[in-house]
Design a protein around this ligand. Structure first.
Ligand SMILES: NC(=O)c1ccc[n+]([C@@H]2O[C@H](COP(=O)([O-])OP(=O)(O)OC[C@H]3O[C@@H](n4cnc5c(N)ncnc54)[C@H](OP(=O)(O)O)[C@@H]3O)[C@@H](O)[C@H]2O)c1
Length: 208
């Protein structure tokens, strides 16, 4: 069974997915409130977080589509450390999550179908484990930037959707920094424009 490997990233127009000085204690970093604000305003996100309200519009539908398409998740340890407390006992993933790390930790089983398995032997192993339990749905490379870049460079990402927030942050953590392996050719497969974001979905073309 072929499993699609996808990445959805919420990014400022100038390419940042977090602000400056991001850390586990300050996950979004300084100056990236517009990115976090867009995510936390969506009713689909709030529903997954057990919260009422939020915007029930096209942006929210696209986030729901992303959730529903995902059968397993891979993320970096910094994203996990940043989110662990905030996500609580019933994290929004509702799927097995594989966390790349150099620091082993026993698997955490949470409510709602989310588990966190800590993988210390590399990106291929984490992806293979995620594919094996994805039930044929997408494996989502959730981030952060370092994790996404490793999978892109290894030619393992099939689709990338960037949710471009109309703001210029000027500084922070860039999604596409230090790739050093370009060009990576992308084929646009869908564009959805809303006042909140421009959502561009690409197929990542395999290198010959
Ligand atoms: N806007 C968005 O869509 C979005 C999405 C996701 C994340 N983010 C943001 O991105 C930031 C985190 O990104 P980041 O690039 O700094 O970090 P990251 O990719 O989340 O995590 C990096 C860490 O993961 C572990 N790791 C990564 N690759 C590994 C490998 N091959 N083998 C073993 N361990 C590995 C290492 O941790 P250890 O050595 O400590 O174990 C490494 O320091 C946060 O601010 C988060 O809020 C934004």
């Amino acid at each position: 069974m072929t499993v699609n490997v996808s990445a959805d990233m919420v990014m400022s127009l100038d390419g940042y997915i977090a602000g400056t000085d991001h850390s586990a204690a300050n996950p979004a970093g300084q100056g990236a409130e517009r990115i976090g604000g867009w995510i936390h305003a969506q009713s689909s996100w709030r529903e997954r977080m057990g919260q009422a309200g939020g915007e029930a519009d096209r942006d929210s539908d696209l986030m729901r589509e992303w959730f529903e398409a995902t059968g397993a998740v891979v993320m970096g340890r910094l994203m996990f450390d940043s989110g662990e407390e905030h996500w609580g006992d019933n994290p929004p993933f509702r799927a097995p999550v594989f966390v790349l790390t150099h620091r082993p930790r026993p698997t955490l089983v949470k409510e709602g179908g989310t588990s966190f398995t800590f993988v210390t032997d590399g990106i291929h192993n984490a992806l293979d484990q995620a594919k094996a339990v994805s039930g044929g749905r997408n494996v989502d490379i959730a981030g952060g930037a370092g994790t996404f870049q490793q999978y892109l460079k290894a030619g393992l990402v099939d689709e990338l959707q960037v949710h471009v927030i109309p703001v210029l942050l000027g500084a922070g953590l860039r999604l596409f920094d230090s790739l050093q392996t370009g060009p990576h050719d992308l084929e646009p497969i869908r564009v959805v424009d809303t006042p909140g974001a421009t959502h561009v979905k690409y197929r990542v073309l395999k290198r010959k």
